[in-house]
Ligand binder design. Structure first.
Ligand code: GLC
Ligand code: CA
Length: 559
């Protein structure tokens, strides 16, 4: 397998609004990130993915961009950005920017022009359609509730917005749009940034017949009807030629609605498109079909099936990204582990389970502390438009009562991941001296960075060790994956093999003790334990695996 630095690294995602506030206005900012670079250095991550910091009216917290070459005022200035970039580089940390080009803000100059008249030079930068029978051109829904089409009075036509109506979709079939995007990407790369995480890049090419889709619980078809459209690979290959060729970047596509077969094209190992993709099938293990607002608890066998499909399916063909969390998902320790009695053990177990797989691991801010979901009690505490719109739509349509919907938001709302980073046990968790823009999780006195950095058995130190191990053990990066005990409902056991070396990864996803026998062909006396979340794990022919226990054994073959 071809070796690449972006396979060997660990990426840390920062959601700047919630990371660190340097000027007391209650909003995280670039100055705050610069202050905390030493913390990231200590953790050992190589790359930071920054969620959007561009100028934005913040309908969707920066994912609605009104100027791609300016910094959001609340986050600072371009000088603050340059300072942060050079300070990161001087510590050996690369900076990957969020590239949000499926859509812009409706306040972007292109859209302001586009909506003026049907013959405006920017008209065709966006997707405009005549009403069909006096209604929307098709039944596609927005990701954030309601129709994906908005009627515009000025010209009496609809424009497409797969996200909020303040996020009109760009028309990638227009050459000028592509050229503008490529020029902007080159501008940032020339500045010295190290790559892009490409927001919903699987949605950029639309089937021009705009066919209806199967309606979901709110009566609309999913925005994912637009996924993997007819020309998406052509456009990404063009981007490779116009922007990325000859540059040593990390590129990861957020590929909503991606299938395994499509991923093989997006992340193909000949490097003609992207380095890797984010797929989302494992984020649906606790959904009801396409409805994420479910109270279902994930069944481990489903998770194993999905992860194994992607581990085996991309082997030697493409490259996986590994994540349990990001700014769109609830906290993994609450979702897949136990944020009560076994909080610490399960946070570490999840870390082992993910970091030992094949692919580039992503750590979302606070995950390395075991930050948990938030005990929201009232809809007014939410800031996320997805949560607020879904609450309104689904309670109004009678799909769920207010109480049922609150329970679902507590489990799944994106705001679970967006409360302030818990730095210490002082007021507002040390995030700000002002009033935070969103509530702080009340558990910050127990869960915070200050109490974990110097404690050797903390979740933070455990992540630090996992990240270091990746640098020392090639088998963690390049080994092939094999699932064992596929039918076990509590244990996730797999191996990684590279030449003479192999790893046995054992993770207990349950709160009871399980008896586990060393698989055939493994020799207890030849195994060493690389890492474990209970003090005294040792290889034996028969081992009790304690609640949420996880460990990794390494054996080097003698022959
Ligand atoms: C992506 C982002 C999400 C955003 C959406 C629209 O899914 O991760 O936060 O709301 O795209 O840009
Ligand atoms: Ca601030």
């Amino acid at each position: 397998m071809q070796k690449n630095w972006w396979k060997e690294c660990v990426v840390y995602q920062i959601y700047p609004r919630s990371f660190m506030d340097s000027n007391g206005d209650g909003i995280g900012d670039l100055g705050g990130i610069t202050q905390k670079l030493d913390y990231l250095k200590e953790l050992g991550v190589d790359v930071v993915w920054l969620s959007p910091v561009y100028q934005s009216p913040n309908d969707d917290n920066g994912y609605d961009i009104s100027d791609y070459r300016a910094i959001m005022e609340e986050f600072g200035t371009m000088e603050d950005f340059d300072q942060m970039l050079s300070q990161a580089h001087s510590r050996g940390i690369k900076i990957v920017m969020d590239l949000v080009v499926n859509h812009t803000s409706d306040e972007h100059a292109w859209f302001v022009e586009s909506r003026k008249s049907t013959d405006n030079p920017y008209r065709d930068y966006y997707i405009w359609r005549q009403p069909v029978d006096g209604k929307e051109p098709n039944n596609w829904g927005s990701c954030f509730s309601g129709s994906a089409w908005q009627f515009d009075e000025q010209t009496q036509m609809y424009y497409l917005h797969l996200f909020s109506k303040k996020q009109p979709d760009l028309n990638w079939d227009n050459r000028n749009v592509r050229e503008e995007v490529f020029a902007m990407m080159n501008w940032w790369l020339d500045k010295g940034i190290d790559g892009f995480r490409m927001d919903v890049i699987s949605l950029i090419s639309k089937d021009q017949t705009f066919p209806d889709g199967e309606p979901g619980i709110n009566g609309y078809a999913s925005f994912n009807e637009a996924a993997n459209g007819p020309r998406v690979h052509e456009y990404l290959q063009e981007m490779r030629r116009e922007v990325l060729d000859g540059r040593d970047t990390l590129t990861v596509g957020e590929c909503s609605g991606v299938t395994l077969e499509e991923a093989k094209k997006y992340a193909r190992s000949d490097g003609r498109e992207l380095n890797m993709v984010f797929q989302f099938e494992h984020m649906d293990v606790d959904a009801d079909g396409s409805n994420k607002w479910s109270e279902k608890r994930m069944a481990l066998k489903d998770l194993k099936t999905v992860m194994t499909k992607w581990q085996n399916g991309l082997q030697d063909i493409a490259w996986n990204s590994l994540f349990w969390e990001n700014h769109d998902q609830p906290r993994s320790v609450s979702r897949f582990g136990d944020d009560g009695k076994y909080w610490e053990q399960s946070a570490k177990m999840l870390a082992v389970c993910l970091h030992m797989m094949q692919g580039t691991p992503y750590v979302y801010q606070g995950q390395e502390l075991g930050m948990t979901n938030v005990p929201f009690v009232d809809i007014t505490q939410f800031r996320d438009l997805d949560s607020i719109n879904a609450y309104r739509e689904l309670t109004q349509k009678g799909v769920f009562t207010e109480e049922e919907m609150m329970r679902r938001l507590r489990l799944k709302s994106r705001d679970n991941a967006r409360t302030p980073f818990q730095w210490d046990d002082s007021e507002h968790a040390g995030f700000t001296t002002g009033e935070p823009w969103i509530m702080v999780n009340p558990n910050y006195k127990q869960i915070n960075a200050a109490s974990q950095i110097n404690r050797e058995d903390s979740v933070f130190s455990f992540y630090k060790k996992l990240i270091r191990l990746r640098k020392e053990q090639e088998v963690i990066v390049y080994g092939t994956y094999e699932l064992l005990l596929a039918e076990d409902e509590d244990l996730y056991v797999y191996t990684r093999t590279l030449g003479k070396e192999r790893l046995l990864v054992v993770c207990n996803f349950s709160d009871h003790t399980k008896i586990f026998a060393l698989p055939q062909g493994w020799h207890a006396d030849r195994c060493t334990c690389l890492i474990g979340n209970y003090a005294d794990a040792a290889a034996d022919s028969s081992m009790p695996i304690r609640p949420y226990e996880a460990f990794v054994l390494k054996e080097v073959s003698q022959s």
